[in-house]
Design a protein around this ligand. Sequence first.
Ligand SMILES: NC(=O)c1ccc[n+]([C@@H]2O[C@H](COP(=O)([O-])OP(=O)(O)OC[C@H]3O[C@@H](n4cnc5c(N)ncnc54)[C@H](OP(=O)(O)O)[C@@H]3O)[C@@H](O)[C@H]2O)c1
Length: 186
Amino acid sequence: MSKRTVQVVCAISSPDGIFGEGDGLPWKFGRPNEDFKRFKDLTGETTKGSVIMGRATWESLPLNFRPLKGRQNIVVTRNLDYYEEGAEVCYSLDEALERAESPTISIIGGRELVKEALERHLIDVAHITVVEKTLPSTDATVYFPQLLSSEFLFHLASISVEQHTQALEDGAFVNILFKRYERRDT
Ligand SMILES: NC(=O)c1ccc[n+]([C@@H]2O[C@H](COP(=O)([O-])OP(=O)(O)OC[C@H]3O[C@@H](n4cnc5c(N)ncnc54)[C@H](OP(=O)(O)O)[C@@H]3O)[C@@H](O)[C@H]2O)c1
């Protein structure tokens, strides 16, 4: 049997570790352009990759974007009656990982599912996009500062960091880091 890679693909702001705002991403400028392209490549839009996401993340995808095109979409919920056109519904992360058909399996959010996968050391590779911008905080802000912490990611080794700059609508620029971590051999 060919080797499978289980990866996390997600984004977070620095320095505050903001992961979401209500049901959506925290940056108003949308998913940074470079990151959007990278997300499609990493999750296998043209290679039939498997993506696993929590129910809240699935529901946060715009209707014209779901299911994520070209990929096996697996949605995890505890609701045994849940049904969504285009989604394969599973009732635990373990079941979702078993159901995944592609050798490349991407866990794409949200906070609950990514946290479980990292805490249980189920991840071989983590692709974490760090958006270097201080964002406003509201009652609906979802924080996940552990994702920026080497203690939390300790079973993974930092492999590479790529830096990009994105122009915002107001003419300002934001720095974006693409960080890649891989499972340590030990
Ligand atoms: N920055 C990023 O890259 C990124 C990516 C995706 C999402 N987000 C953000 O993350 C936030 C949402 O996070 P979240 O933690 O609320 O959402 P989530 O992980 O997408 O969804 C949580 C739901 O998934 C189900 N679930 C999670 N773990 C489960 C398990 N082990 N077994 C069975 N079901 C399970 C449950 O669904 P039921 O309630 O139906 O039982 C749970 O309520 C939003 O702000 C979103 O914008 C950020």
